[in-house]
Design a protein around this ligand. Structure first.
Ligand code: ADP
Ligand code: ZN
Ligand code: ZN
Length: 841
C-alpha cells in the first residue's frame, strides 16, 4: 500500500492550478494530514505546497512520481474545512486554488526555498576509504576553519555562510565540488517563532533545597540564583534573573554545568497588547429591544443550529453589547466566535471592549501588527488558546475548529470585499463557513447594505435568507441628533467663499466657548488635492496613469496614488511658465490650516492616512481627543466609525456630496451610509448633539433621508432606482477588466471577449435582456474604457456581465478568458474577473 498526497503548489499560474501527486514517505505517514504544509520537488526547484487530499493505492506508483521532501509543521496550518473552503472560493470567485489557500494564512507562513550547507560524511569525501587521511591532511587551514564552523551547527543556511565567509566564496565552491560540503534545499518561513531563553530546575525541588543549604560559601551568587529559581517554581526567563539579581549569564551557566538547572529556548507568543491592562467589564442589563434581539439569536445558538440574522439598529442602539453577550454564550458552549469589523473601525476602543470582557481569550488581527505578532495571534487560535477572534476582513479565516458564531459589524462596508485576487466577500465566506460548523451569522449595521436588506425582506435567495431584527432606540436613551442641511451654493451667493458655512462657523465657536467637542468630517472619496495652473489650466498628471497627481505638503511633492510615481512639486507651470500654479481641492491639511486661521488657538487632532501611518498613532490621536487635549477631531472616513466620546456635541460634514457623482451605482448608498454614520457620533451620551451637513446637492434623496435618519425611506427610493436600471440586488454583476500596453489590441480583445460571452450564453440558453424581469437572464454591457482608462502604463477596458438566476457565470467568464488567452498567447494580456464587484473603477 502506497500513500499518495495531492498537493497544490505555491505558484499562482494557470498551468499549476491543479493538484500534483506525490508519494508520502513512510516517516511522514503518521504526521501528514489534509491541510499539511509540505516542501516538494518541482522540476529543478523545491516549492512549498499544501496537501488537499490523501489516497492509498496498492498499485506500484508510476516511476516518475516523486516523494514529498519535507513536512513543514507538526500541526497542519489548515483544517480540512478550510481546504474545502478554498475549493469553494476558487470556483465562486474564479481564482487559483493556491491564491485562495494563501489568503487564509498569515504571511509568515509564506515559506521560501533556502539552500543549506552541511559537511559530508568523512568516508565519502573522495570515495575511497584509504584516501581519507590523505585528503584530510590536504585541507588548508582556511578550509578546516569553514568545515568546523559548519560542523558545529550541523547545517548552515547558505545566506549566512556567505555572509560569514564572504571573501572565501571560491573555497566554499571548491569544497562543494569536491563533495566535502553538500547542498540541500528546504523551505524556510519568513518569520520564525519567537523564543525566550528560559531557566528551569533540572532536579526535583527537595533535592535542590538541600543543595542550596549545603552550597559552598564562596559561590554565594550561584546560591542566590538557585534560590530565586526554586522560589519562582521554575521556567524563569534568563533575562529576568540577570536583571533582578544583577548577575551575569556565566553565573547561571555554572549552575547548568553542575546539572542543577537547564537552560532552554522556549517558544512564546508575541503579544501586541502585553503591556496593556484592560479594565474588566461585566455585561449590561439589556434594554427591552436588545433583549428581544438577543433572545431570537440565542435560541438558535442554544440549539447549535445554523442561522443568519441581520440586525438593523441605529447608531448607539447597543448592537455591540448584544454581540458581546452572544459571544459569551458561545464560549460557555465551548465553541468559538469570530467578530469582523472594518479595518478602520477596529479602534482601540473596540479592542478594549472585547479584551475587557473576555481577556486573554481574545486574539486581535489587524494590519497594524507586525507579521510576527500576526503570526502569533493566528497560532493562538490554531493551537486552541483563543476562543474569540476580532479582526478585519481576513479574520474570517481564523482557523477555529468549532465555530459557533460569526459576527460582521458594519456589514455594509466596502472593505469586506477584497479588491485583489481572491476577490472574495467576507459575508459570503462567513455564511459558507457557518454552514459547515452549524454556526450562527449575525450581520449588523445602522445602514445595512441593500443586498442584505433585500435578502432579508424578500427571502428569495436560497443561500442567504437572514432574519431581520430591528433596534429603534438608543441604549442610553439619548435622541438621535438634529441634522441641518446647508446649501453651499447659497453661501457662495451671499459672498461666503470660505469652506465653512456661517452656521458651521458659529456652531464651532459655540462649542469652543462651552468647552464641548466637535468632530469634523471631510469626505475624501472623490476628492484629491491636485495641482493646477490658474493661468492656463494645466493639471499635473501621472505619466503612467490617466489620473491627476496628489499634492503632499510634507514632502512638497506630487504623487500618484495608483502606481506610486513621485516628483517634486513644480514652482512654475511646465506648460506656460506662469507662477500661478498651486494646489486645489480640500485636503484635511488645508482644512486644518483654515481652522487655525478662523479660530485662533483651537486645538485640532487631524486623523487621515498621513497622520496614522505609524504603529499606534491612531490610538495616540484618539486618546488625545478623549482626554480633552483637543477641541476638534478632523478626519476622513476614519472618524465616522465606531467612536464613542461623551463630550462630542457637534458633528460637521464639510462636503457631503463629493462622492455622489462618482461613476458607481452605489454612490447614493455610500453617501447615505457615511452621513448616517458620522451623524451618529454626536450626542451619544447625556448632552444633546447637533449635526451640520454642508452640500451642493441639498435636494438629493440620500442627503435628505440621512438628515431625517430615515433608512427605510432611503431604501425604498434607492431600490426603485436599482430595479429600473437593473442593478443589484435585482441582479448580480461580474466586472471583467482587460489591460494591455497596446490600445488597438486591447480594444479588439475586449470586443472579442464580449462577443464570445454572448455566443456561449445563447448556446446555454441564458442570453436575454434583464429588463424583461424574467427570473433568469444574462446580459453583457460594453466593452468600454475603464473609469481609470490607463494605469501603470497599461490601457484598461472593461465589460460588465449582469445576470439573474442560478447560473455559474464565474465559470463562464473564466472559461472564455482562458479560451481567449490561449488564442492570443500574449503574456502581457491580463484579464481580471471580479464577481459581485464593490468598486467599479
Ligand atoms: P452600537 O454598537 O449599536 O453603536 P453600542 O453597543 O456601542 O452601540 O452602545 C452604545 C453605548 O451604549 C455604549 O456606550 C454602550 O456601553 C452603551 N450600552 C449598550 N447597551 C447598554 C445597556 N443595556 N445598558 C446601558 N448601557 C448600554
Ligand atoms: Zn500654465
Ligand atoms: Zn500613476
Amino acid at each position: 500500500m502506497t500513500l499518495i498526497a495531492q498537493v497544490i503548489v505555491d505558484v499562482p499560474s494557470r498551468g499549476t492550478d491543479r493538484p500534483f501527486d506525490y508519494i508520502v514517505p513512510e516517516s511522514m505517514q503518521g504526521w501528514l494530514e489534509v491541510g499539511s504544509r509540505v516542501g516538494v520537488p518541482f522540476g529543478p526547484r523545491t516549492l512549498q505546497g499544501f496537501v488537499i487530499g490523501l489516497s492509498g493505492t496498492s498499485e506500484t506508483p508510476a516511476a516518475k512520481l516523486k516523494a514529498l521532501q519535507e513536512l513543514l509543521d507538526l500541526v497542519p496550518p489548515l483544517s480540512e474545512e478550510l481546504v474545502e473552503l478554498s475549493e469553494w472560493m476558487s470556483a465562486k470567485y474564479a481564482c487559483h486554488r493556491i491564491t485562495a489557500l494563501q489568503s487564509m494564512l498569515p504571511a509568515a507562513l509564506k515559506g521560501k526555498a533556502e539552500r543549506y550547507i552541511r559537511v559530508a560524511e568523512r568516508e565519502s569525501w573522495v570515495g575511497e576509504d584509504s584516501l581519507f587521511d590523505a585528503t584530510a591532511s590536504l585541507l588548508t587551514d582556511e578550509e578546516e576553519q569553514i568545515i568546523s564552523h559548519i560542523q558545529k551547527q550541523q547545517e548552515v543556511r547558505m545566506e549566512l555562510l556567505s555572509r560569514r565567509f564572504g571573501e572565501q566564496a571560491h573555497i566554499i565552491k571548491s569544497l562543494l565540488q569536491r563533495g566535502i560540503l553538500l547542498e540541500s534545499r528546504s523551505i524556510r518561513d519568513k518569520v520564525q517563532k519567537k523564543t525566550v531563553r528560559t531557566v528551569s530546575l533540572h532536579l526535583p525541588e527537595d533535592e535542590i533545597r538541600t543543595i542550596i543549604e549545603e552550597f559552598p560559601a564562596k559561590a554565594k551568587r550561584q546560591q542566590e540564583v538557585l534560590t530565586y529559581i526554586a522560589d519562582t517554581g521554575g521556567d524563569v526567563p534568563l533575562k529576568e534573573i540577570m536583571t533582578v539579581l544583577g548577575v551575569t549569564a556565566s553565573t547561571v551557566k555554572a549552575l547548568a554545568d553542575k546539572g542543577y538547572i537547564a537552560i532552554m529556548d522556549m517558544e512564546v507568543y508575541r503579544d501586541p497588547y502585553q503591556d496593556r491592562n484592560f479594565t474588566p467589564t461585566t455585561p449590561f442589563t439589556l434594554t427591552d429591544e436588545q433583549q428581544q434581539v438577543y433572545n431570537s439569536i440565542i435560541n438558535r445558538i442554544n440549539k447549535r443550529e445554523k442561522g443568519e440574522y441581520l440586525i438593523h439598529g441605529i447608531t448607539g442602539s447597543g448592537k455591540t453589547e448584544v454581540y458581546l453577550q452572544c459571544i459569551q454564550r458561545v464560549i460557555e458552549q465551548d465553541r468559538q466566535a469570530i467578530m469582523l469589523v472594518p479595518e478602520i473601525a477596529l479602534t482601540p476602543q473596540m479592542v478594549e471592549r472585547f479584551k475587557g470582557r473576555f481577556g486573554d481569550r481574545v486574539a486581535v488581527m489587524h494590519s497594524r501588527l507586525s507579521s510576527g505578532e500576526r503570526y502569533d495571534e493566528w497560532r493562538k487560535i490554531r493551537e486552541g488558546k483563543s476562543q474569540v477572534a476580532i479582526g478585519a476582513r481576513s479574520a474570517i479565516f481564523a482557523p477555529f475548529s468549532n465555530l459557533g458564531l460569526i459576527i460582521m459589524d458594519e456589514e455594509h462596508e466596502t472593505s469586506y470585499k477584497q479588491e485583489e485576487s481572491p476577490k472574495y466577500h467576507a459575508r459570503d465566506v462567513a455564511i459558507h463557513r457557518a454552514h459547515q460548523h452549524n454556526a450562527v451569522v449575525i450581520l449588523g449595521s445602522a445602514t445595512p447594505s441593500l443586498e442584505s436588506y433585500y435578502a432579508a425582506r424578500s427571502q428569495a435567495n436560497d443561500e442567504f435568507m437572514p432574519t431581520l431584527l430591528e433596534i429603534h432606540g438608543r441604549a442610553l436613551g439619548s435622541e438621535l441628533p438634529a441634522v441641518e442641511i446647508i446649501d453651499m451654493r447659497e453661501e457662495l451667493k451671499e459672498g461666503n467663499r470660505s469652506m465653512f458655512s456661517r452656521p458651521l462657523h458659529q456652531a464651532i465657536e459655540d462649542r469652543l466657548e462651552k468647552k464641548q467637542q466637535t468632530v469634523l468630517l471631510l469626505n475624501r472619496r472623490g476628492h484629491s488635492t491636485f495641482v493646477m495652473c490658474r493661468t492656463c489650466g494645466y493639471v499635473a498628471e501621472c505619466p503612467n496613469c490617466d489620473i491627476s497627481l496628489t499634492y503632499h505638503q510634507r514632502s512638497n511633492s506630487l504623487r500618484c496614488h495608483y502606481c506610486g510615481h513621485a516628483e517634486p512639486a513644480p514652482q512654475i507651470c511646465p506648460e506656460c511658465g506662469s507662477e500661478h500654479i498651486r494646489y486645489f481641492g480640500t485636503g484635511t491639511q488645508r482644512v486644518e490650516e483654515e481652522l487655525a486661521k478662523l479660530f485662533p488657538g483651537i486645538r485640532v487632532v487631524r486623523m487621515d492616512v498621513d497622520t496614522t501611518t505609524q504603529k499606534g498613532s491612531h490610538e495616540k490621536l484618539l486618546n488625545q481627543f478623549r482626554d480633552k487635549k483637543a477641541d476638534l477631531l478632523l478626519g476622513t472616513q476614519m472618524v465616522a466609525k465606531g467612536l464613542d466620546f461623551p463630550d462630542v456635541t457637534l458633528v460637521g460634514v464639510i462636503a457631503a456630496d463629493s462622492a455622489l457623482h462618482l461613476p458607481d451605482f452605489r454612490a447614493a448608498e455610500k453617501t447615505f451610509q457615511l452621513l448616517t454614520q458620522v451623524a451618529g457620533r454626536a450626542g451619544r451620551h447625556h448632552l444633546p448633539g447637533e449635526v451640520i451637513v454642508q452640500t451642493y446637492n441639498p435636494e438629493h434623496y440620500s442627503v435628505i433621508h440621512a438628515s431625517h435618519h430615515d433608512y427605510h425611506s432611503f431604501v425604498r427610493e434607492e431600490l426603485k432606482h436599482r430595479q429600473i436600471l437593473g442593478y443589484p440586488p435585482y441582479c448580480r454583476l461580474a466586472l471583467i477588466t482587460f489591460s494591455h500596453e497596446k490600445l488597438a489590441l486591447l480594444v479588439r480583445i475586449a470586443e472579442n471577449y464580449t462577443q464570445m460571452i454572448k455566443d456561449q450564453a445563447s448556446k446555454l440558453d441564458w442570453l436575454g435582456s434583464l429588463e424583461r424581469f424574467s427570473n433568469e437572464a444574462l446580459d453583457v454591457l460594453g466593452p468600454v474604457a475603464s473609469p481609470i482608462p490607463r494605469l501603470k502604463n497599461r490601457y484598461r477596458f472593461q465589460c460588465m456581465i449582469k445576470w439573474r438566476g442560478d447560473m455559474d457565470v464565474a465559470k463562464l467568464a473564466e472559461h472564455v478568458a482562458e479560451q481567449l488567452q490561449d488564442s492570443v498567447r500574449d503574456k502581457e494580456l491580463l484579464i481580471s474577473i471580479d464577481v459581485d464587484p464593490q468598486v467599479l473603477m
